[in-house]
Design a protein around this ligand. Structure first.
Ligand code: ACO
Length: 332
């Protein structure tokens, strides 16, 4: 097999909607309190789409920023993968809508990847292959979710946790020694029911009965997902290091950019990995869980704060519905 081309991030862009929903706003909507939400999750506020704003709008804004950041034009993108589980429609894919929004007229492939909150990290693991093998030069990977469109704002178990947002990167060739070091993705379908939208697919098409029972909304078995999340973050990172880390160990990681689902999950992961909490990027207080967008949004914050410098060794890690998980190790 020929040597693989080194692949890394050429550009990064993020987007969140303007409207902010605070814990105090939610106190007016369901029986909850700012104190409960902050102590149980670390979330203080989240951004929410306008009524006429959707996943592809956010994805397109993030994609434009990432392409400009890479110093490219949309026509130089060879493939678009959009990690989302709140697509504009079941068909067409959100990636195809983003392609059109960007004004890309070349017939490049574009598809969505459904792995819930792991969608962006999964999509990276898929996208890198096309660059490594020389098939494509520039792969646009987007993580975008409009969670507010699938939340039941009468269900305090879920509606306080999530927000909307998008992040995008352009993957391409980098100099040897930089970029991707190792990665892993996995799933345990036995937990499929733990994060689920019952109605709206082929199992249970939308019907009046479904709507009356609010079955189009996302439901989550919070405690079970919490157990899965706290058990998977450390092994996923260790596995990604084994898959190409070449002797690197957890202690060598200068920064961890984790899925932002719950501050307590991040703290538990830090403890399991034996790393100080200040090595983790945390922005859950401002955005909540934006599903596929959490990791690129946190990458954006890390870069803005000067925490991603040339050569910085860092890990991305996510978990979510499916149940799915993924991790990857990079040198910036
Ligand atoms: N406000 C006030 N009380 C609440 C709220 C709320 N918003 N939500 C639940 N409660 C109550 C519950 O009803 C329960 O009351 P009870 O004891 O009388 O039954 C009590 O608070 C405790 O509930 P728990 O579920 O035990 O609370 P916990 O400490 O486990 O926190 C949480 C719940 C935050 C959901 C946590 O389990 C969690 O973070 N789970 C993981 C979620 C996650 O990681 N998701 C990521 C994947 S998501 C994706 O892929 C889309």
């Amino acid at each position: 097999m020929p040597d693989l081309i080194p692949v890394g991030f050429l550009g990064l862009g993020t987007f969140v909607p303007q409207r902010v929903l605070t814990n105090h706003d939610l106190e007016q909507m369901v029986e909850t309190s700012d104190e409960w939400i902050v102590t149980r999750t670390g979330i203080r506020e989240r951004h929410i789409c306008a009524d006429d704003e959707c996943t592809s709008d956010m994805a397109t804004a993030a994609a434009r920023a990432a392409i400009a950041d890479a110093g490219l034009t949309p026509d130089q993108i060879d493939l678009i993968i959009c990690g989302t589980y709140t697509p504009d429609h079941l068909t067409p894919s959100t990636a195809c809508i983003v392609q059109a929004n960007l004004g890309v007229t070349r017939p490049i492939p574009a598809f969505d990847l459904s792995a819930a909150c792991s969608g962006f990290v999964y999509a990276l693991s898929v996208g890198v292959n096309f660059v490594q093998t020389g098939m494509y030069r520039h792969v646009l990977v987007v993580g975008a979710d409009a969670m507010s469109k699938v939340l039941d704002y009468q269900d305090r178990n879920t509606c306080v946790l999530f927000g909307d947002g998008a992040g995008a990167v352009v993957l391409g060739r980098v100099e040897p020694g930089r970029g991707l070091i190792g990665h892993t993705i996995g799933a345990d379908g036995r937990g499929a029911e733990q994060i689920i939208m019952h109605a709206g697919g082929s199992r249970e098409p939308i019907s009046l009965d479904a709507l009356n029972n609010r079955r189009q909304y996302m439901r989550m078995a919070g405690r079970e997902v919490y157990k899965f999340a706290t058990s998977i973050v450390a092994p996923a990172i260790e596995d990604a290091l084994r898959n190409g880390g070449n002797g690197l160990c957890v202690q060598d990681l200068e920064l961890i950019i984790p899925h932002q689902a719950n501050m307590r999950i991040i703290e538990a992961a830090a403890k399991k990995l034996g790393l100080p909490i200040d090595r983790f990027v945390v922005n859950i207080d401002r955005y909540g869980n934006t599903s596929g967008a959490t990791v690129p949004l946190a990458m954006g914050d890390a870069r803005a704060a000067g925490r991603l410098q040339p050569g910085t060794l860092f890990a991305l890690v996510a978990f979510g519905g499916g149940l799915t998980y993924g991790a990857s190790i990079w040198r910036w």
